[in-house]
Design a protein around this ligand. Sequence first.
Ligand code: SF4
Length: 95
Amino acid sequence: MDAPDRVRPALKIKPEHEKLLTVIASLPSGYRLPCWMDPDRWFATDGPSKLSATRDCSLCPVRDECLAAATAADEKWGVWGGVVFPLQGDASHCL
Ligand code: SF4
């Protein structure tokens, strides 16, 4: 599956992302996800950048689907759905 042009450029598409990509494709034309605007912050190593990314995720209309996809894909790096991966402990409270 090809990534829609509204997905952050650094995203490597996995089968677990399929539902997320479907929801993204249903967004209004021209809408840009917060992580698309500045993708480096979503894979930053410093705390302030990660915190800033998690806050911006809270404004995202696909946050729930994003977090579910990242959890299912067992992502090892980055901010997904407002949560820093890799997950630490039980993240079921985030879903
Ligand atoms: S929840 Fe965050 S990481 Fe996921 S698509 Fe939205 S802005 Fe990007």
